[in-house]
Design a protein around this ligand. Structure first.
Ligand code: DI6
Ligand code: FE
Length: 410
């Protein structure tokens, strides 16, 4: 028997099994061919470590978790919106800025002006910041192009980033993010463009793993989202939805009706919406960064999600408007402090439930035999420290698919 790696003297937060955090003290983990080949208490290893693996690493009691999963970002975009931040601080609301033609549409203007290379160059440090914190899987949405060419360019830029950086990437087509200025007087014609031109091109070129929309008073109506989702399903693409962020338009229930992977934001989701999500197996993706930046007060119905068995994920929502956020661990902290998640729920939210929100729960998100060897090594005394401290930078090693991203000091 020869595994590529065997890690010994480590504590594992597997997020599998019945223990809190799926914890295994005095654990060991074997890695072969990019996958986890053995995991459990060290005293049950099937032989002496040196006979089991080519590389044996003594982790000196450090904690190991699955690589983190950021399941909702808009980190590819052109331009900058820091001036709007200043306006908001002077009391102009996010919705008012959007109505004045700023907001998402100011990013659209800058994104249309950027070529693929410029989009990649601008996004690279943002993605790198997430990786530096322990993230091994990221979702990136389009949605700042709002014309066929720019939407496709954003998705290509995202795909290119995953060739350059050690990250597993999922791309999401978000053509139904906002109405571009040229369609302001005929929004339904823009929905036609999304359904009849953009979606078939995106599907044809294999550029997106899922389709998203923004269902809101300042964006797309439930009827318009239904049209987009109907077309996505015809093309065989799974859906997800920005739902009930600023008001309750029944977005979560609509998402559930289409068997959505996730409904995201969900601050205003009703009991019925939460029930429908539970029945459909739709993940609730909570985005406390946007809640914090927009100074929202309505918290998502976490108790209803618990009661109806809705898995909860947490993500950065990294975007230039409502969530200039580059720390997933900060979202775990905010998930606890602002939304009253338990630390274990918060950590499941950035590992296994984040994976489920991407339809990747068979491949990543827990420490179990057969899963991709995406592993983060932490200098912490207990997993709760990952949520408890803000800004601590506790990552000391990172492996993705069995290759080192950051080698720990051994
Ligand atoms: N909700 C959000 O939080 C982002 N998009 C969305 O539909 C915000 C996007 C932006 O303001 O640029
Ligand atoms: Fe978003």
């Amino acid at each position: 028997m020869s595994w590529d790696f065997l890690w010994t003297d480590c504590r594992l937060a597997t997020f599998a099994g019945d223990q809190p955090y799926g914890a295994i003290e005095d654990g060991a983990i074997g890695i072969e061919g990019g996958r986890i080949t053995w995991v459990g208490p060290a005293d049950r290893l099937p032989g002496p470590p040196s006979e089991l693996a080519t590389n044996v690493c003594d982790l000196k009691g450090r904690w190991v978790t699955p690589g983190l999963v950021d399941c909702h970002t808009h980190l590819v975009f052109g331009g900058d919106r820091s001036l709007e931040f200043e306006q908001r601080l002077q009391g102009v609301s996010y919705e008012e800025i959007a109505r004045r033609g700023g907001g998402i549409n100011s990013s659209v203007k800058a994104t249309r002006e950027a070529d693929e290379h410029e989009l990649v160059a601008a996004a690279r440090p943002r993605l790198q910041a997430l990786i530096n914190e322990g993230v091994t899987t990221v979702e990136i949405k389009s949605g700042y192009g709002l014309d066929t060419d720019t939407e496709l360019r954003m998705l290509r830029a995202a795909r290119r980033l995953s060739e350059e950086l050690p990250i597993t990437l999922r791309t999401t087509f978000l053509g139904a993010h906002a109405f571009p200025p040229e369609f302001r007087d005929d929004p339904d014609a823009y929905v036609d463009l999304v359904c009849d031109h953009m979606l078939p091109r995106v599907a044809d070129e294999g550029l997106a793993d899922a389709v998203d929309g923004f269902c809101e008073g300042i964006a797309f109506s439930p009827d318009q989202i239904e049209r987009v989702f109907g077309r996505a399903r015809e093309l065989g693409l799974p859906v997800k939805l920005h739902a009930d962020q600023l008001s309750d338009l029944g977005g979560a229930a609509l998402a559930a009706r289409f068997g959505a992977l996730s409904a995201d934001h969900v601050e205003y989701t009703s009991e019925e919406g939460a029930l429908a999500m539970g029945e459909a197996g739709t993940v609730a993706v909570l985005l406390p960064g946007a809640f914090y930046v927009l100074r929202e007060t309505q918290v998502p119905p976490v108790d209803a999600f618990r009661r109806f068995g809705v898995p909860m994920a947490l993500a950065t929502d990294c975007n230039p408007g409502s969530a200039p956020v580059l720390s997933l661990l900060a979202m775990a902290s905010m998930g606890c402090n602002l939304f009253r998640l338990t630390p274990e729920e918060a950590l499941r939210g950035i590992t296994c439930n984040g994976a489920a929100a991407l339809g990747l729960d068979e491949q990543i998100g827990t420490l179990e035999v057969g899963k991709q060897a995406d592993l983060a090594i932490w200098d912490i005394r207990h997993p709760v420290d990952l949520c408890y401290w803000l800004g601590a930078r506790p990552l000391t090693g990172l492996m993705r698919g069995g290759s080192w991203v950051q080698k720990p000091p051994l």
